[in-house]
Design a protein around this ligand. Sequence first.
Ligand code: KE4
Length: 428
Amino acid sequence: MNTKLSDILFEKAKNLIPGGVNSPVRAFKSVGRNPLFISKALGSRIYDIDGNEFIDYVGSWGPMLLGHSHPKILAAIEQALKNGTSFGAPTELEVKIAELITKMVSSIEMVRMVNSGTEATMSAIRLARAFTGKSKIIKFEGCYHGHADTFLIKAGSGAMTFGIPDSPGIPEGIAQYTLTARFNDIHSVEQLIANNKNQIAALIVEPVVGNMGCIPPKGNFLNDLRTICDKENIILIFDEVMTGFRLAVGGAQELYKIKPDLTTLGKIIGGGLPVGAYGGRKEIMQLVAPSGPMYQAGTLSGNPIAMAAGYEMLSIIMSDQNIYKTLEITAQRLENGIKKILNENGLNYQINRVGSMFTLFFTESEVYDYDSAKKSDTQKFAKFFNQMLEHGIYLPPSQFEAAFISTAHTLEDIDRTIKAFEEVIKSI
Ligand code: KE4
């Protein structure tokens, strides 16, 4: 595959942008090759500047539920552009999208728009601390909630499990407020709560994890989190930046019938433009300035172009709830095809899938948390990724990311992907 222009651009980019990219995972570091510089994308396809065409399973890391360059979303953006790009003042569309979100996600009674998932999660944590007057939070090992200091913390050792900074630049003073439990292990949560009685403001979780690769909740795990948070006066935050509008109209909380106190959103909500949001119980949200004292702000929050894209995206979803049935059929076909070939080759690699998000883990044991995910053979994954790329299939460049299917993926795309998989799995 000719990647000459991408390689030249990457060399230049590395002198101007840290690592040559504006977000680390795009650098393809864990798959040991230079990233491809993309020129355009349409439907299920993405095209690089060397003219290579790929079936895209990254979908901009989640936003492209309806495929790239959806005509109605482009038209909505073009229409909005005629009136200007940003006013720094309230607009009708912000009221309309807020109304739509509160209809789609029943636990959200009030919502605040921001510009990224990170802004949404950091604001939700601040709000939970303001509402409860407590400081510590519980997150789960392997879950990612954006790059705010409070989240870039790895599990400490020992029963107290105080956090340890997972990046330079994060003071111990901040790390000590983040406690880390194990996903799908309610006892690890109970232990943290017992060791930090009445000090925990919030528990934040990806209800279906995407950031260890796809890992669904097991058994009663989410319900147990709800119960323990009620009992201990802890705000339950579902980070649905990835799962929101992806797994159902009402996201993972609709699928698993759990009502969080706060929800964070991103990705799909912006239709491909920079949008995040946090929302939930009115009595909590009323604390947010200017209705309350908890400060949070943003120059471009709710800007008219992003709202036009997001409103159109959510309107299409609301108007055609067959979307999720279509996605399930497409994704099921891919999963069955891959499983059949693994079987024929005597391989028992694990596929975790919920709706249109999935991950093939290169390990033969069940993947249900961080430790089990880390057993995957990342070298083998890198070979797999590169070979699939050569076959015109663009997968997430990391074993620990979720892949996404859109409504633009055709059955022909799926069959082509399965065929490529059959050729590649034999050769790695
Ligand atoms: P952003 O700040 O990147 O918009 O959202 C942060 C975030 C929060 N919560 C969840 C569950 C997320 O998945 C994310 C961002 N996801 C990554 C992909 N794993 C974005 C890709 C990237 O970092 O470039």
